[in-house]
Design a protein around this ligand. Structure first.
Ligand code: NAD
Length: 312
């Protein structure tokens, strides 16, 4: 039975990944310092095949148990978190990624870096293929996240080229689903919370900026397919079905059947105007594409919130 280490395993995506790996019959070690994750996300996973290590990945970590896969997800991910934790974000992208790669090297494990569409920064090429090098503002408030991930990608390729570590890089585009924190500042949990509380939905700018939202189950399936492939170069995983923020707000209103209205607020600094993955490589290399529509994903998210009011 293969063993996977999931750093950031008590977070939103990490907890879904741990769950999927356990369902595949793997042993899973979840390492997390609970900075933005929580024990509530992994409570239901407790079993002999699952271990939780409460550790800060920026500090050196040794593991006696043999590892086959290292999924490196530990990092603040929501703007609200990385603007609050700028130095920790840079440190987990640098020291944390060094430590995770070091573990993969020692154990001869396959390593997967959870990178982000934010490495593309301002998308002057649209949709964004993996060959687009990006246009990032290194000194803006979001630079701590974008540059940490760009550094982590460079580090991953250096460990691969110089140290022979078997690495993969996934560039994740906006993903949503159950266990997102209602106050994490990202559009879908914010709109859902506002709709369920019958409050106005706050759309930034005029709502014409676009995003492409991928349901969590689709994303996790893509992550595992990539980890189990032999690919080393970055692969976009996300849903190319692009929507404006206004369309998203209207869909949330329809799905939640709320009486909430939409109000408009100022755009955050360096907020990208458009975002859409080119998933040609994922289709060709992994046979992967998303299956869950935005509306269906929102219904499933709503159902999971109803099942656990603590996370609604
Ligand atoms: P999250 O905040 O829910 O999860 C991140 C986890 O990492 C948390 O459990 C947190 O406690 C943990 N962590 C942070 N710093 C740590 C440290 N120093 N040591 C140990 N654990 C630490 O965020 P998420 O949405 O699940 O994102 C997971 C990964 O996916 C991140 O690397 C993020 O950059 C990437 N990603 C996510 C999205 C998305 O739409 N959710 C999009 C692009 C990239």
């Amino acid at each position: 039975m293969p063993t996977s280490l999931v750093t950031g395993g008590a977070g939103f995506l990490g907890s879904h990944l741990c769950e999927a790996l356990l369902e595949k019959g793997q042993r899973v070690i979840c390492l997390d310092n609970l900075e933005t994750g929580s024990l509530a996300n992994i409570e239901h996973l407790r079993s002999e095949a699952f271990a939780f290590l409460p550790r800060d990945l920026t500090v050196h970590v040794d593991l006696a148990e043999q590892l086959d896969f290292v999924y490196h997800l530990a990092s603040p991910a929501s703007p609200i978190d990385y603007l609050r934790l700028p130095l920790q974000t840079l440190k987990v992208g640098s020291h944390g990624t060094h430590n995770a790669l070091g573990l993969a090297k020692v154990h001869r494990a396959r390593f997967l870096l959870a990178s982000t569409s934010e490495v593309y920064g301002d998308p002057q090429v649209h949709p964004q293929p993996e060959t687009y090098w990006g246009h990032v503002n290194p000194i803006g408030p979001r630079g701590v996240y974008d540059e940490a991930k760009r550094y982590a990608e460079a580090l991953t390729m250096a460990y691969h080229r110089q140290q022979g570590v078997d690495t993969a890089i996934v560039r994740i585009f906006n993903t949503f689903g159950g266990r997102m924190r209602p106050h994490d500042g990202r559009a879908i949990p914010t709109f859902m919370r506002q709709a369920l509380e019958q409050k106005s939905l706050t759309v930034f700018g005029d709502g014409s900026q676009t995003r492409s939202f991928c349901y969590v189950d689709d994303l996790i399936r893509g992550l595992i397919l990539l980890a189990e492939s032999g690919e080393h170069m970055p692969v976009n995983i996300g849903n190319p079905d692009e929507k404006t923020l206004l369309e998203l707000a209207e869909t949330v209103i329809a799905v939640t059947a709320t009486s909430s209205q939409i109000v408009f607020e100022a755009l955050p600094v360096d907020d990208p105007q458009v975002r859409q993955p080119d998933i040609t490589r994922a289709r060709q290399l992994l046979g992967w594409e998303p299956e869950v529509s935005l509306e269906d994903g929102l219904r499933r998210t709503l159902a999971s919130l109803a099942g656990d009011p603590a996370r609604a």
